[in-house]
Design a protein around this ligand. Structure first.
Ligand code: HEC
Ligand code: HEC
Length: 60
């Protein structure tokens, strides 16, 4: 049985790397429920997003 695995570190740096520049890492809005990981980074052009970078955005 090998059905669940962790593929990313879940570290704060991992969160912030994406929040600083999410465009190249996300998929088109109409593919948001598609589980295919190869679609990551195929959003052209990037959607308008505003992920938090301030401490209180994540630490509440
Ligand atoms: C692959 C990119 C990516 C990664 C990795 C990522 N995020 Fe985000 N996050 C986003 C984007 C994009 C948004 C903004 C969504 C929007 O504006 O609709 C967001 C929004 C958020 C928000 C705000 C939600 C709200 O309701 O305002 C929080 C909190 C957050 N992320 C926490 C985290 C934490 C904690 C991690 C790491 C464990 C993390 N994120 C990792 C892309 C990412
Ligand atoms: C995008 C979300 C996000 C933002 C913004 C963020 N953090 Fe974090 N932070 C995390 C996550 C997730 C962890 C847990 C990481 C882990 O457990 O490996 C964390 C852990 C920490 C820790 C604990 C480290 C440890 O060794 O236990 C401190 C201290 C911290 N953050 C401070 C800050 C400060 C100060 C800011 C603002 C400059 C900030 N964080 C902004 C997501 C965020």
């Amino acid at each position: 049985m090998d059905v669940v695995r962790q593929v990313e570190p879940l570290s704060m740096a991992w969160c912030l790397d994406c929040h600083r520049n999410p465009g190249p890492r996300i998929r088109p809005l109409d593919q948001i429920t598609n589980m295919d990981p190869s679609l990551s980074g195929t959003a052209q052009p990037p959607r308008t997003l505003n992920p938090p970078q301030t401490c209180s955005g994540c630490h509440r």
